[in-house]
Ligand binder design. Structure first.
Ligand code: NI
Length: 180
């Protein structure tokens, strides 16, 4: 198992559109295991393959308190969504430290394949419904901050770019052994 690097907004790779998964093999199972380890370590309740720079339609979610109920969604489709909407304060592992309200369907029904390629359907509400819609957006190359006003989004972009430069500088100094 391995911890994967999570792309940070505004990395342009987060906007790639994922292709359907066609091969269900040991490599895919390894990727799912690595993504799960990465998500639990972060910690987060959902992770889309796009966020670890793998552009196929795969996402994982675990909204349980006990962190032992991982669900793998491959090639997911929303087959029904409620007219009722809900606003939830969302965060994203690709936009650390940023939380804001996004309006989404309160309930959705999803059809997907599991890691072995077997189809299943699931009806979700509450946090799980939010999470499914948030992660499916990632597969379309969409990050939740794109629902916010241009003003807010630009402020977030600037903050993230500043942090990124700080991280790069710290990494460089550490590599030069400048920590005593
Ligand atoms: Ni996210």
């Amino acid at each position: 198992m391995a911890i994967l690097n999570i792309l940070r907004y505004p990395d342009p790779r987060l906007h790639k559109v994922a292709k359907p998964v066609t091969v269900f093999d040991a490599k895919l199972e390894q990727l799912v295991a690595d993504m799960a380890e990465t998500m639990y370590e972060a910690p987060g309740v959902g992770l889309a393959a796009s966020q670890v720079d793998f552009h196929e339609q795969l996402l994982i979610i675990d909204t349980s308190d006990t962190k032992d109920a991982l669900t793998v969604f491959i090639n997911p489709e929303i087959i029904w969504a409620s007219d009722e909407m809900q606003v939830y304060d969302e965060g994203c592992l690709s936009v650390p430290g940023v939380y804001d309200g996004v309006e989404r369907h309160a309930r959705v029904k999803v059809r997907a394949l599991d890691v072995k390629g077997l189809p299943f359907e699931l009806e979700a509400d509450g946090l799980l419904a939010v999470c499914i819609q948030h992660e499916m957006d990632h597969l379309l190359g969409k990050v939740f901050v794109e629902y916010l006003s241009p003003l807010k989004r630009n402020r977030i972009k600037t903050k993230m770019q500043k942090e990124e430069r700080g991280l790069q500088r710290e990494e460089m100094l550490r590599a030069q052994g400048r920590r005593f």
